[in-house]
Ligand binder design. Structure first.
Ligand code: ZN
Length: 384
């Protein structure tokens, strides 16, 4: 999916570099919260200028944050309290496990990857350990952990989805990934899986629109093609947008397999593929209007892919993908397996397997719709 993963803005370069130096270099210096040297962070006695901000605008917002570098952070005890979980430590101030009877959330300092009920989830910023405590970024708390762990805190949900736009990745001269030895093209299987998914969803009562229903490119030029796909979602007044792809790696091809589901990266966070923030991460894109729902949707689908197909868990991820950037409804991109892996490529080439894959995706969409229904009824059920 190399060409697919075109980030829309090419603002990296010098400006991005300056921001990285100006912001991230600061963040990498271990220091206490914005208090005078030696003062404990987040104490009520902290001087006025150092007091954490108080925000009450939304139920998803946390009552107390503190700033290190260019990021607002939430102390792990506050995170746990808001999510209704208890904190246990597996490594003092560095690794925490937040639990209740249905939930196990594992967070570690300096690690983007977290665990939720055995599922791999990738945060936007790695938690940090400071002054004997662990901090999660406010954006990850609000836009990732709340929707996944305690969606009832999101308040009034989106209306029940009625129209789903399915986007079969690539097409026409854009073949997508290729397994030369087996003669498999990504564009063929994205379309076939999408057609199967369309049938299943229609049988469940949804209106379905495909961005393409045959082997074609929508517009000459990758960027125009991807924008056209987002435009089709807008024209259809879609409630959900699902882009279907298959994956590939260049090295260790037989070791890498499994599914991953992408949401659009929230504003002010670097995509999962890059450690440091840069200038284009600061832009608010249309795709960011649904950050919390993107999270819930991506997690629900990844969960069903893992449960139904027993695929290797490559994770709930995020990236600033061009095809998701302009979509104004909840949207995800699914990587349904690796064409570069011989075993997995053979499965993808098998029609019965693609039917199972389409059913698993449909089950993820149904789970997401049920979640919204539960939220409207005031019932808080775990995502999935
Ligand atoms: Zn692709």
């Amino acid at each position: 999916m190399n060409t697919q993963r075109v980030r829309w803005a090419a603002l990296g370069g010098l400006m991005g570099g300056l921001l990285v130096l100006g912001v991230e270099a600061q963040e990498n210096i271990p220091r206490l919260a914005p208090t005078r040297p030696g003062a404990p962070a987040l104490t009520p006695a902290a001087p006025e200028s150092a007091k954490p901000k108080t925000e009450t605008a939304s139920p998803t917002q946390v009552p107390r944050t503190t700033r290190f570098g260019a990021t607002d952070w939430v102390e792990i005890g506050v995170v746990a309290k808001r999510l209704g979980l208890k904190v246990g430590w597996t490594l003092s101030s560095r690794e925490a496990v937040l639990t209740d009877k249905d939930t196990r959330l594992e967070l570690a300092s300096d690690r983007l990857e977290a665990g939720l009920n055995g599922q791999r989830i990738f945060l936007g910023q790695a938690p940090v350990s400071r002054s004997g405590n662990l901090y999660v970024s406010k954006i990850d708390f609000e836009r990732c952990l709340v929707p996944l762990v305690r969606p009832a805190l999101l308040g009034v949900p989106k209306p029940a989805p009625k129209t789903i736009v399915i986007d079969p990745g690539h097409g026409g001269p854009d073949t997508g990934k290729v397994n030369g030895a087996l003669g498999l093209f990504e564009k063929t299987y994205t379309l076939d899986t999408s057609l199967r998914l369309k049938k299943i969803l229609e049988a469940r009562g949804w209106k379905v629109v495909l961005t393409r229903s045959d082997d074609r490119q929508l517009k000459p030029g990758k960027q125009d093609d991807l924008q056209r796909r987002a435009q089709i979602a807008a024209d259809a007044d879609a409630d959900v947008f699902v882009s279907i792809h298959f994956n590939s790696v260049a090295e260790q091809v037989e070791k890498v397999s499994g599914a991953e589901v992408y949401r659009f990266t929230p504003q002010h966070q670097p995509p999962v593929t890059r450690a440091l923030r840069r200038l284009d991460d600061e832009v608010l894109n249309p795709g960011n209007g649904n950050d919390v729902w993107n999270s819930l949707l991506a997690y629900s689908i990844q969960r069903r892919l893992l449960r139904d197909l027993k695929l290797d868990d490559r994770g709930f991820k995020h990236d600033r993908l061009a095809v998701l950037r302009l979509v104004s409804c909840p949207a995800v991109l699914i990587e349904g397996g690796f064409l570069s892996n011989t075993t997995e490529a053979r499965r993808i080439g098998n029609a019965a397997y693609r039917q199972q894959l389409a059913e698993a995706i449909a089950n993820g969409l149904s789970a997401y719709a049920s979640q919204l229904q539960s939220l409207r009824s005031g019932v808080n059920t775990p995502a999935g």
